[in-house]
Ligand binder design. Sequence first.
Ligand code: DX5
Ligand code: ZN
Length: 214
Amino acid sequence: MIKVAPSILSADILHLEDEIKSIEKAGADWLHVDIMDGHFVPNLTFGPKLVRELRKITTLPLDVHLMIDNPEDFIAKFAAAGADNITVHSEVKAPVPQLMETVKGFGVSFGISIRPDTPLESIKEYLGIIEILLIMTVHPGFGGQKFIEAVVPKIALAAKLKSEQRYRYEIEVDGGLNDQTVKTAAANGATLIVAGDYIFNSNDYQKAIASLRD
Ligand code: DX5
Ligand code: ZN
């Protein structure tokens, strides 16, 4: 069964609490929180304080996507703030095993994300020990971009390896997902769908989420 994680990047920030309540009622499974540092990606967004505030108003699992160069300096803060999952990018300097140990040490689920141009082979050794594999289907940094079709074979490969090796990770896809592109993603093995623009720019959140799930 497909799970849906609305990305609050596209929500109405001035009415965020209402947005979260609506998205909960509409059937969201996770809440995706995009953290950007202006270095790893050319944009700035939120910090641990927002995660802490979100934790107070929702029971939805908080999926924190760190698009930052120095995740090692912030994992503890996001864990303390109430993140349920922390995903780091494989392209940062700090070694993945060290980041994973830190995240798991807080009892938080651990994910690795790869940019559209990063091959799955580069993180093969970690596939057996992660909870989430986040495959970017746009270049990270902004909501509302177009789904990159060329990434689809990577989703399929992740699904193939998962079934062959009996790995447990969710195959999360992020970027440009809507009622059309989700078909390709799901048919190729995606299990957790992130969507910002498509959900928050619709006038019926429940319908939008259902259309991604079905
Ligand atoms: C992009 C972020 C995404 C973004 C997705 O760097 O990681 O989570 O919010 O937004 P849409 O669904 O609008 O492409
Ligand atoms: Zn994201």
